[in-house]
Design a protein. Structure first.
Length: 410
């Protein structure tokens, strides 16, 4: 039977203290014990269901974590104060001085900066590879490699990772496959395909209202326990813990994720098809022209579509900036980084979210100056949006006027 991640979220029931339909929010940093012995056992990690201190865990964080683990089909999960607050402890838990990481070269700018500039200070080295080339990936593994790292759909170039193929390689060399699934929640279920650890920035689609940052690590009970260990757990000791109030609000948003993803995907596919047929260089995994279209199809939970992210290339940074400013003037979206909002968001990745990547390397990986990254919103009338975007492009001579086209008569 097909995997149903949204059912798994909905099937979890947590009632509030007084029968509330939402779980009660735990508004405490510390917890009392009736006996000193139980406190000792909890410290040692031997008292299931007891809370000690909220940097370690709290009921609200546990509810959200369990819902996300159900979505990703992992044993459990640990929620964190941000996406980077999930990624960095995972890598530091798995790697120490002298260890090596093989990572996709097209990853989130912050993750790239961490691996390129920060972890070398701890004598952890990273080889960046083209993740779509499995032979190159395998050839980059050394005796010291501990982690194979990628994003299921990469930022900002929308490259798609062959998670099954990568899992096979990771298994062969006994290393951990860590997948950042931020761009494709519900659509792709990396753990189902063999990933050991699945990460998200909850800041994006999962929370979906651009009002907080947050993150999650989904994995085995054993690994999550290691992260939270009071003596040597990277999450516990580095302290990127989510606040309980935020955990409660993200859980409520998570419950509508399936509806939002369907609408993001529907709108993005509509625009991608139109832009491409207008002759714009368009990248969207839902287009048959995308090099990994079939791979994405083979991995996806079909009903959630190909996601809300697409890119177009309008030739130069100047044109990209003009277009983004004009679209914002016409209320078609916001010139802003981040993704997964009800409103369309757009930015030029080369000068914003991927600016950590040196210009030369940007060129090499196909990150061109005129690239605009769109996070397509939940627009109720995407045909009107298209018509208005097209008009902007005509006014800026990015597209030639198409006299026959008129809104409502396609
Ligand atoms: C935003 C993002 C992150 C970082 O998450 P924060 O919540 O901003 O810390 C990591 N990976 C991807 C793919 C992202 O888009």
């Amino acid at each position: 039977m097909a995997f149903k991640p949204a059912n798994n979220i909905q099937d979890l029931q947590y009632f509030g203290e007084f029968g509330g339909v939402n779980p009660s929010i735990s508004d405490s940093s510390t917890y009392t014990f009736l006996s000193a012995k139980t406190m000792f056992d909890t410290f040692e990690g031997n008292a299931d269901g007891c809370y000690l201190y909220s940097r370690h865990s709290s009921p609200s964080n546990l509810y959200l974590g369990e819902a996300l683990a159900a979505m990703e089909d992992t044993e459990t999960a640990n929620v964190t104060a941000s996406g980077m607050g999930a990624i960095t402890p995972v890598l530091l838990q798995l790697c120490g001085a002298g260890d090596h990481i093989v990572s996709s070269r097209t990853i989130y700018g912050g993750t790239y900066a961490f691996l390129k500039n920060f972890t070398p200070r701890l004598n952890i080295e990273t080889t960046f590879v083209d993740i779509t080339n499995l032979e190159k990936v395998e050839a980059s593994i050394t005796k010291s490699t501990k982690v194979l790292y990628c994003e299921s759909v990469s930022n900002p170039l929308l490259e798609v990772a062959d998670i099954k193929g990568l899992a096979k390689i990771a298994n062969k060399y006994n290393i951990k496959l860590v997948v950042d699934n931020t761009f494709s929640p519900l659509s792709i279920s990396p753990a189902k395909l063999g990933a050991d650890i699945v990460l998200h920035s909850l800041t994006k689609f999962i929370n979906g209202s651009s009002d907080t940052v947050g993150g999650v690590v989904c994995g085995t009970q054993k690994f999550i326990n290691q992260l939270r260990n009071v003596n040597d757990g990277a999450s516990m000791l580095l302290g990127s813990t989510m606040d309980s109030l935020r955990a409660a609000s993200i859980l409520k948003n998570l419950r509508t994720l399936h509806i939002r993803m369907q609408q993001h995907s529907r709108n993005a596919l509509f625009l991608a098809k139109k832009f491409e047929s207008d002759g714009l260089k368009t990248v969207y995994p839902g287009l048959p022209s995308h090099p990994s279209h079939n791979l994405f199809k083979s991995m996806m939970n079909e009903q959630y579509g190909f996601g809300g992210m697409l890119t177009i290339d309008v030739g130069s940074l100047e044109k990209a900036n003009e277009l983004m400013e004009l679209m914002q003037d016409r209320n078609l979206g916001y010139l802003a980084v981040s993704l997964g909002f009800y409103k369309t968001l757009f930015s030029a990745p080369g000068t914003s979210t991927s600016s950590e990547i040196p210009e030369e390397e940007q060129k090499e990986m196909g990150l061109s100056d005129g690239l605009i990254r769109f996070s397509i919103g939940l627009d109720a009338d995407i045909e009107r949006t298209y018509y208005m975007m097209r008009t902007c492009m005509e006014e800026l001579y990015i597209l030639k006027p198409k006299l026959q086209y008129s809104y409502g008569k396609v």
